[in-house]
Write a protein that binds this ligand. Structure first.
Ligand code: DLL
Length: 432
């Protein structure tokens, strides 16, 4: 068990004092080491040394994903590279990708916070934990891995994919806790059925799911089909990765690790706080990050505060599961994809027209995206071979640059609906 009672059950006034001290230290850190923030503070004539109250947070500038992109790769790092021990990144080419770094203290904090979340979700050092998130530049695999090791659990770093093998290992190694995306958990249940394996004969007890939106309906399905207790956990690479917030066994909202992350819920239009308990955009300021602190990071994720105290005894505030986004980011098989990234690739390919649709479906618990793109008239006079080449070219570039496999269909000129301005080219048919 990894239980930091003095933090997880801290009194609100004590927490606020701790947050204020940590905020002051963070502002000093970015104000002296990160030109982006130094210049912003200077332009705003902001004397961060005069910060006396958490309410002063409202005076601070926001940070957006675009700011990370503009400072690609290391522009927002607050320590020299020699003090960075780990780098993670989102997919995308230069101009689209975001890069984050961790000092050795950051890795320690990250491991502790993930260990906290694992503990809250029922996992102990006696568990055998199968981590079916991708290991690599994505924060999911390594983040959960280090947290599980910190807890002292037995970790199976299987990574994502090869579902039959996952199930075989789960059976042979007597996995007790599964970590992956919620849709992949359901896919595993499907494949178990195909393999004639009854989940009740496995040792599984807990499932920790995150990295994509899901629903109470999906939770019920997972619990019933796998015979486990499924909890939700949330995080984002810009802020740390997994470990920002997670559910306890009450399964009713995610406790935010507020001693490390200061949260605000804002109206995405006015950027003013919503009334307590109302839905708004989650904005996060890191309080202890050394290598990559962020001030008022606009997550674009929609949620609300749950105001009732949690029966588990933790006083760290809970947020409701993420209910949507304020931008057009899609999460396809756990991979974040922006339509503009797809657009940039399509427009780069000879013979395509600047008109496309993205159709997303969930079939057998797996996401499928089909790109429909208009091509020049002459393409249809060519033999099939040319069309197939174009399709393959698009598929290959999307797979290598974004990390998602897609179906591609070429359609005739002027066959897709036209829009005035920003049209809705995304047809998301998934029902969560
Ligand atoms: O998905 C970090 C993570 C890994 C969290 C593993 C939990 C488990 P990114 O790839 O940067 O980081 O994607 C972050 O994914 O802004 C949300 O839109 C979405 N997201 C993450 N967790 C959840 C969740 C990781 N539990 C983006 N529910 C975030 C809904 C989630 N959406």
């Amino acid at each position: 068990m990894f239980w930091e009672e003095e933090r997880e059950c801290i009194a609100r006034d004590e927490l606020e004092q701790l947050q204020l001290e940590r905020l002051q230290a963070t502002l000093y850190r970015v104000g002296t080491h990160v030109p982006f923030y130094r210049n912003k503070f200077f332009d705003m004539k902001l004397d961060y040394e005069s910060f006396g109250s958490l309410d002063d947070l409202r005076r601070l500038p926001f940070t957006t994903k675009q700011d990370l992109r503009d400072n690609y790769p290391y522009g927002l790092f607050a320590v020299p590279l020699r003090d960075v021990v780990r780098i993670h990144s989102s997919s995308g080419t230069t101009g689209m990708a975001t890069v984050v770094g961790y000092s050795s203290n950051d890795i320690r904090t990250w491991s502790n916070l993930v260990a906290r979340i694992l503990t809250a979700a029922g996992v102990t050092k006696d568990d055998v934990i199968q981590i079916a998130f991708g290991y690599g530049l994505f924060t999911g695999g390594f983040g959960l891995h280090y947290g599980a090791e910190r807890l002292g659990a037995s970790v199976i770093p299987i990574s994502s994919g090869n579902t039959r093998r996952q199930i075989q290992i789960m059976q042979d190694f007597k996995t007790t806790a599964l970590v992956c995306t919620p849709s992949y958990a359901l896919k595993m249940a499907d494949v178990m059925m195909d393999m004639g394996i009854n989940p009740s004969g496995l040792s599984l007890k807990y499932g920790l799911f995150g990295a994509e939106p899901w629903s109470e309906r999906m939770r019920r399905q997972i619990n019933e089909r796998l015979g486990i207790i499924a909890t939700d956990n949330y995080g984002l690479s810009e802020v740390m990765g997994p470990g920002v917030a997670g559910e306890c066994l009450e399964c009713n909202g995610l406790h935010v690790n507020e001693d490390h992350f200061l949260i605000e819920i804002l109206d995405p239009e006015t950027l003013e706080p919503v009334a307590p308990g109302e839905i708004g955009e989650l904005v996060i300021t890191t309080l202890t990050k050394e290598a990559f602190p962020v001030i008022r990071y606009r997550t674009r994720d929609l949620t609300r505060l749950l105001l009732e105290p949690c029966p588990c005894g933790r006083t760290l505030q809970r947020i409701q599961r993420i209910t949507g986004r304020t931008d057009d980011m899609l999460i396809i098989k756990g991979v974040n994809v922006f339509p503009t990234q797809i657009e940039a690739i399509l427009f780069d390919i000879e013979g395509t027209q600047p008109h496309y649709n993205l159709v997303i479906e969930r079939q057998q618990n797996e996401d499928r995206m089909t790109v429909l793109v208009e091509v020049v008239e002459s393409m249809f006079f060519h033999e099939m071979k040319k069309q197939r080449q174009v399709i393959e070219q698009i598929k290959k570039r999307l797979a290598t640059e974004l990390g998602v496999s897609v179906e591609v269909k070429l359609v005739e000129e002027r066959s897709l609906e036209r829009f005035n301005g920003k049209g809705n080219r995304i047809i998301d048919k998934r029902e969560l």
